[in-house]
Write a protein that binds this ligand. Structure first.
Ligand SMILES: CC(C)(COP(=O)(O)OP(=O)(O)OC[C@H]1O[C@@H](n2cnc3c(N)ncnc32)[C@H](O)[C@@H]1OP(=O)(O)O)[C@@H](O)C(=O)NCCC(=O)NCCS
Length: 410
């Protein structure tokens, strides 16, 4: 990694002010090659004190932002720096500006961990990030998938307006955070952004439909956001449905919402880009092979404070282990840590005791959400076992019954 000073060859880093918003938006949009102007809502969401700006004289040439959001981790919901809008002006690439931005952002983050979605997976490992959750994209031919019959009780699926959704849906997302690691919380502002439906963002599709499931008492216990696009092939109608988000806190609601979407008329293709590897809909169709899957990384995790982060989550089985950790970016993460924990509690602090396992912050970050196993890293020598049995016991404790799932790209 290059030297990570605040000044790289005449480049100076500073914290943003609210006046920087438009310029940073344009810089990032240009770097990512999307054409979009920011709205008042984007300005409201901007946290200048959490944005870094790289300047070359009067020119703004790089930025990295973080959003203050919470994240579900095994057994808890904790603050996590949600890193976003990372970009360096094309004329200033490969001079170490990103390295400077990342180093400073990680060292100064008040949270014990940072998370991001990477557009380019090759970039972030060098900064101690590791892919900690898998994202599965489904492309479904509804005529081949053969859904099992939906629930037939007094429950029902109905549409909601965006105004009513803003009131009803937040509690469901919070409930999902209780059962799944990897889910980012949304403030009221972020919900407004999520439910925005600007015609210019629809890409030729219909306005967004907001479905909710009501149980027999009328209580809302699940929702789905989707839109459709008209399409015809030689055989007839083959409309496309994009299922943007489906959240249910009850098995009947989950089944009913999926059944509704999978049986929509005139549809030839359903796209759902945020399934988990253990997405339960696989059990609700007779032909799961027709859920054609593409697997990629979703959340990249970087522990910025190892002992605080390890004490913040819970453990699937009782654990009592000394970890020797190395971190070449954040000094206080180096050393030996005594971790104890179970499903209810966890503690982690420095120790002089001999290590049971040695590993770097990257392996701890990869396994933090319970979606990857330490065994995978032992197989390539990145985790070393000093005490026989410590690897299996710690890997089991770090695991979790449900795979982590990030339901939105931020
Ligand atoms: C990606 C980007 C931020 C890199 O910025 P940069 O200032 O050129 O990066 P640096 O010079 O600090 O490079 C740091 C390291 O990352 C590597 N790197 C940079 N961009 C890379 C890429 N796209 N793919 C793979 N490696 C990359 C560099 O080679 C360098 O490696 P080294 O430490 O082994 O020398 C910049 O090119 C950019 O804005 N690209 C378009 C937008 C984008 O991709 N944003 C990231 C969204 S997740």
């Amino acid at each position: 990694m290059r030297a990570c000073d605040d000044a790289v060859m005449g480049i100076v880093l500073r914290v943003a002010t609210s006046d920087d918003h438009d310029q940073l938006w344009t810089l990032f949009a240009t770097a990512m090659m999307f054409d979009s102007t920011s709205s008042d809502l984007d300005r409201e969401l901007f946290e200048p004190e959490r944005a870094l700006v790289a300047t070359d004289g009067d020119l703004v040439v790089g930025t990295a932002k973080a959003l203050s959001r919470d994240l579900s981790v095994p057994g808890a919901v904790v603050p996590a720096a949600h890193v976003t809008a990372v970009g360096v002006q094309a004329t200033h690439r490969r001079r170490g500006i990103l390295s400077s931005l990342m180093s400073r952002q990680l060292r100064e983050a008040p949270e014990a961990l940072a998370v991001l979605w990477a557009s380019e997976a090759a970039i972030y490992g060098r900064f101690g990030y590791a892919a900690a959750a898998w994202n599965v994209s489904y492309e479904v031919n509804p005529h081949r998938v053969l859904p099992t019959p939906g629930p037939r009780g007094a429950d029902r699926v109905e549409e909601l307006t965006a105004e009513d959704a803003a009131v009803q849906l937040p509690a469901l997302l919070r409930a999902l955070q209780e059962s799944r690691p990897g889910v980012s919380g949304r403030s009221e502002l972020l919900w407004r952004k999520r439910l925005q439906d600007k015609p210019e963002d629809r890409g030729g599709a219909t306005p967004r439909k907001i479905l909710v499931h009501r149980d027999a008492t009328g209580a809302v216990d699940g929702y789905a956001l989707w839109r459709g696009k008209m399409s015809w092939v030689a055989e007839g109608p083959a409309n496309e449905v994009v299922l943007e988000e489906l959240v249910a806190v009850d098995p009947i609601a989950y089944h009913a919402l999926w059944h509704h979407v999978l049986t929509l008329d005139l549809v030839g293709k359903i796209q759902y880009n945020h399934a988990a590897p253990d997405e339960p809909v696989q059990q609700l169709v007779a032909n799961p092979s027709a859920l054609v899957r593409r697997v990629g990384e979703s959340l990249w995790v970087r522990l910025t404070d190892v002992s605080r982060a390890l004490a913040q989550r819970r453990y699937a089985t009782a654990v009592d282990v000394v970890l020797e950790v190395t971190d070449d970016l954040i000094e206080h993460n180096n050393g030996r840590f005594h971790l104890t924990g179970d499903l209810q509690n966890a503690t982690c602090g420095r120790t002089e005791a001999a290590a049971d396992l040695s590993l770097s912050v990257r392996e701890l970050s990869a396994t933090y959400l319970g979606g990857r196993s330490l065994g995978e890293y032992a197989a390539t020598g990145k985790v070393t076992e000093h005490t026989p049995g410590a690897l299996a016991a710690t890997a089991a404790a770090l695991g979790w019954p449900t795979a982590p799932k990030s339901i939105e790209i931020f």
